[in-house]
Each structure stands twice: as C-alpha cells, then as structure tokens.
Design a protein around this ligand. Structure first.
Ligand code: 4NP
Length: 152
C-alpha cells in the first residue's frame, strides 16, 4: 500500500519543502517511488503561493534537486484523511496541527526527529539563517523515517 506523507512547517518555504524534496530524492535513490506519495504544506498563511526560500533552494540545487515549481500552500482539513504521516518540524508545528485537525485520533501527527533516538525540534532557518544545520537535521530525520515507514 502506498504511504502518503505530508511534511509541515510554519511557512512551507524553508524546512518542509527541504524535507519534501530531499525525501523524494531519497525514495527515488532507494527505488521506492511506487511506495510513497509526498507533499509539504504550511500551518500559517504567511507565505501562501510563494516559491521555496533561496536558502533551501541553494541546498537542493547543490544536490541537483529541482524545486522551482513548488509554491507554498496551507494545510486543509482533508489532509488529515489524505495522508498517513503528517510530519511537522517542531513542537509549535505539532501543537498547530493538533489544534487545526481537532486532535489526532489516528496517530498520524509526528515531528521529524521523533523517528530518531534524539527527538527534538528542527530550528527554523528563517530565524537562524543556518540552512546547513537544517539540512543535516532533516537528512538525519528522513533516513530514520524511511527505515521506520518501510517496516510498516
Ligand atoms: P519555515 O520558515 O516554517 O521553515 O518555512 C518560515 C518561513 C516564513 C516565516 C516563518 C518561518 N514567516 O514568518 O513568514
């Protein structure tokens, strides 16, 4: 059965699109494209319709990953039914997701680093400016999530 994965952050221009495109790349390299459907979205209205932040774009371009067609979108109620894994980047995202969906009866809401042995927030590079730290945290989380999801 295909696993539907939605990565979520506050703006959907820095962290969650980085997770979306890195995970698509990882899944492709693992020959698992038929097993996953992957998107990303925002909890806020701030950046709706905007392209990926240049800090994230730079990281992805270096890896030959194209994200030019991505535009930020906000989560919608239907996402809870459409996706099997709804993965925020920090505890603020988790709180906003639970509030927006009115709970999490099917236990679909996670933070990306929950899948590692060191659960913690992924700092927002919008404020820190450190997209390399974001890249290393997100890559670490995605590798662990991939292993977790494949066993399910
Ligand atoms: P992101 O970063 O949640 O990782 O996409 C942010 C992008 C935009 C804003 C905040 C965080 N903003 O306030 O517009």
């Amino acid at each position: 059965m295909i696993k539907n994965v939605l990565f979520v952050c506050l703006g959907n221009i820095c962290r969650s699109p980085m997770a979306e495109f890195l995970f698509k790349d990882l899944v492709k390299k693992q020959n698992a494209e038929k097993e996953f459907y992957i998107e990303s979205a925002a909890t806020s209205d701030e950046e709706i319709g905007n392209p990926v932040h240049h800090g994230t774009k730079n990281v992805l371009e270096r890896l030959n990953i194209d994200c030019k067609n991505k535009r930020a979108r906000k989560i919608v109620k239907e996402d809870y039914f459409k996706f099997d894994y709804i993965i925020g980047m920090d505890e603020d995202n988790r709180r906003d997701l639970l509030r927006f969906f009115g709970g999490d009866k099917d236990k679909k809401v996670f933070c990306l680093l929950d899948f590692t042995e060191t659960p913690r927030d992924i700092a927002d590079p919008w404020w820190t400016g450190d997209f390399e730290k974001t890249y290393s945290d997100i890559s670490f989380g995605l590798k662990n999530f991939f292993k977790y999801a494949q066993k399910k």
